[in-house]
Design a protein around this ligand. Structure first.
Ligand SMILES: *Cc1c(COP(=O)(O)O)cnc(C)c1O
Length: 386
């Protein structure tokens, strides 16, 4: 071990294994125990050891929050029962009359929360193409308090320039919130680029094994963290200790998994781009992606998500989605196993009649960590049928 091993800033691979993972003080257990308890004995009236009730705090959740903050290079993190719970809690920072400027290609559930739920509580929303900073500048209003974006987006994999948009939002008096689910903290750290909040659906790459639903907010600002911690406890959309444990377990291999997701997806994207049945491949790691340069500048790798269109349209898309063997036909993404879906009738059904509607022939794949050769052979046999 070099003499400065304890002073240099650890890298992501090291943080993923060690952040939040101090041996348990009672037993020395190396892995964070699942503190399956709702309450804690107090040493005297209103005297406790930092834990009084598990909606407020739980040691397994504390360990997860410490790890999440470290991965995003943030000072504070809060864990939630789902990605949607994290986003909903964050939006409670706003007040009736406030305006939110959102990307127009956000996760369908986020659009539904904004447009069908929170719009009834005095908040107003505009949906613009945040890939175009000029469109963001033009849509800012005096009462815009939050700019909200995903990069890359779901399912069109459009990128937004986080630093450029932070530089527009801040002088206008708005916070910038970035849903970093698709990139994961291994590939992109929005706080370092000027974002005020990073949100994750930890259900996806952070958990990484499709066995737990969860969400997180990561931020640097301590007064805002105190407000969000108050809201986390007041609203109560918190994850249970078992869910925190599973997410922590997933985090340990995040760096390894993301490297393999990127390698595999790059090979699969090249295969698709050369296939005669494929009309268009959308992948930030292909030179044909309109924001290939931004991807290289802003992300440490192009990620594991690919969308594509077939010459045979929606009918051919259905054939492929039904015929793959290793790509399971299912919603969600970011697990070790490969998944395939058609956004229009599946994940994006709730936005069918909105400006966010997607091409009915679009196929989205989440490329897992299996052998790229096996994944390509699987897609080849399915594509041969259309
Ligand atoms: C899945 C997802 C969400 C919602 O997260 P849940 O954990 O399903 O509540 C939000 N944003 C993005 C980009 C997602 O993929």
């Amino acid at each position: 071990m070099s003499p400065n091993a304890h002073t240099r800033q650890p890298r992501l691979e090291t943080l993923a294994v060690h952040a939040g993972a101090a041996p348990d003080p009672t037993t020395g257990a190396v892995m964070t125990p699942i503190y399956q308890t709702s309450t804690y004995a107090q040493t005297d009236v209103a005297q406790h050891k930092g834990y009084e009730y598990s909606r407020t705090d739980n040691p397994t959740r504390t360990a997860l929050q410490t790890a999440l903050a470290a991965l995003e290079g943030g000072r504070h993190a809060l864990a939630f029962a789902s990605g949607m719970a994290a986003i909903d809690t964050l939006l409670r920072l706003l007040r009736p009359g406030d305006h939110i400027l959102s990307g127009n290609d956000v996760y369908g559930g986020t659009f539904r929360l904004f447009d069908k739920v929170l719009a009834h509580y005095g908040l107003s929303f505009s949906f613009v193409d945040t890939a175009d900073p000029a469109a963001v500048a033009a849509a800012l209003r005096p009462n815009t308090r939050l700019v909200w974006l995903e990069t890359p987006t779901n399912p069109m994999l459009r990128l937004s320039d986080i630093a450029a948009i932070a530089a527009l939002a801040h002088p206008a008096g708005a916070w910038l919130g970035v849903d970093n689910t698709f990139a994961s903290p291994a590939l992109q750290n929005p706080l370092a680029l000027g974002a005020d909040f990073v949100v994750h659906s930890t259900t996806k790459y952070i958990g990484g094994h499709s066995d737990v639903v969860g969400g997180a907010i990561v931020l640097n600002d301590t007064p805002l963290y105190e407000q969000l911690k108050f809201l986390q406890n007041a609203i109560g959309a918190v994850p249970g200790p078992m869910d925190c444990f599973l997410t922590l377990r997933g985090i340990k291999t995040l760096a390894l998994r993301m490297a393999q997701h990127c390698r595999n997806a790059t090979q699969v994207a090249r295969f698709l781009a050369d296939h005669p049945a494929v009309a268009q491949v959308i992948y930030p790691g292909l030179e044909s992606h309109p924001q290939y340069e931004l991807a290289r500048r802003q992300m440490a790798g192009p990620g594991g998500m690919i969308s594509f269109l077939l010459y045979g349209g929606a009918a051919a898309a259905r054939t492929v989605a039904r015929q793959t063997r290793y790509f399971t036909l299912a919603e969600s993404l970011g697990g070790v196993e490969s998944l395939i879906e058609l956004p229009a009738p599946m994940t994006h059904a709730s936005v069918a009649d909105s400006p966010l509607a997607v091409d009915p022939g679009l196929v989205r794949i989440s490329v897992g960590i299996e052998s790229a050769d096996d994944l390509i052979a699987d897609l080849a046999q399915a594509l041969a049928l259309c």
